[in-house]
Design a protein around this ligand. Structure first.
Ligand code: G4P
Length: 284
């Protein structure tokens, strides 16, 4: 399957991020917990070198808990601080502050040794489109936090949100682009709904999802749609169409409707908490 991408202002966005990163101590990187590698742009490692690093595995309410734990270990081993999160919920935000402080302890100590006291840690949120950056900033910063406005010595126009006496957050997130030249990455992004369906072949996409689910989560499709998982993916889609009464005007099975239904239900978590990537595969 070919994916069309319109990179447009990518270079500009990257340059902007290079500038913004100079101002901060900590990079808060959001990934989609269902596809932690495909939703990540490895450029961030180069851009964020010498900075403290925190990975938020967002939408972890939709991903497999076992894989969440495996991925947490995977990234922790690489030296990142990691939190599994549902950015829509305010409940986990206190923990985020605790971990932010932990991640920046070294910097705070370094400041203290140099006689710099009470300089807040500055952080920036980064991630690919649709990963939940705005949702996170809203939940984390909330309404209670006043914007600090421009500061002398800081690039004009930058807004900082004061989270507490120790932490300030840049109010505009950095946008990273996925590795769209990789077809597997494109497929997985499409499956979680990070690429608009209008530019995709929904039937083909649903067949790919069926292949992945029957291999990695046997029984899930049978339980929801009463299908026979021994059948080929196209036959399975036909069974879903039949069982869910996806019928076109000519009284024929409507595959496109069944495909859209399957994708919608998967993305909404109706098939259960499922992950499309496992750390032991280490792909892509
Ligand atoms: P962005 O700034 O990175 O582009 O992403 P944004 O916050 O706009 O979030 C994209 C979508 O993901 C939103 O849904 C948002 O509600 C949803 N979302 C964000 N974090 C989480 C999470 O942890 N779990 C789940 N399940 N969803 C999350 P939307 O469909 O665009 O809007 P809406 O239907 O929520 O109104």
């Amino acid at each position: 399957m070919q994916f069309q991408w319109y990179p447009g202002h990518m270079t500009k966005a990257k340059r902007q991020m290079q500038e913004d990163i100079k101002l901060i101590d900590l990079v808060i990187e959001l990934l989609d917990a269902r596809i932690p590698l495909s939703s990540r742009n490895p450029d961030i490692d180069e851009l964020g070198k010498n900075k403290a690093r925190l990975i938020l595995m967002n939408k972890s309410d939709l991903s497999d808990e076992k894989q969440n734990r495996a991925w947490t270990q995977y990234f922790e081993k690489k030296g990142y601080f990691v939190i599994c999160l549902d950015a829509r919920s305010k409940a986990g935000m206190k923990n985020v502050t605790d971990v932010v402080m932990k991640a920046c302890r070294e910097k705070i100590e370094r400041d203290r040794r140099r006689g710099i006291l009470n300089r807040p840690v500055r952080a920036m949120v980064v991630g690919i489109p649709n990963v939940g950056k705005s949702t996170f900033i809203n939940s984390y910063a909330g309404r209670a936090c006043a914007k600090t406005g421009n500061k002398p010595g800081v690039t004009k126009g930058k807004q900082w949100i004061r989270l507490n006496k120790n932490v300030e957050l840049l109010d505009t997130p950095g946008i990273l682009w996925p590795k769209f030249e990789d077809q597997t990455v494109g497929l997985r992004l499409a499956l979680i709904g990070a690429i608009k369906d209008e530019i995709l072949n929904v039937d083909e996409l649903s067949l790919e999802l069926i292949k992945i689910l029957t291999a990695d989560y046997p029984g899930v499709l049978t339980e929801r749609y009463g299908v026979d998982e021994q059948c080929k993916p196209a036959e399975l889609l036909a069974q879903i169409a039949e069982n869910r009464k996806c019928i076109s005007r000519g009284n024929e099975l409507d595959y496109a409707k069944a495909a859209a239904l399957l994708l919608d239900e998967f993305r909404a978590g109706k098939l259960g908490r499922l992950s499309l990537e496992r750390p032991n595969e280490e792909t892509p």
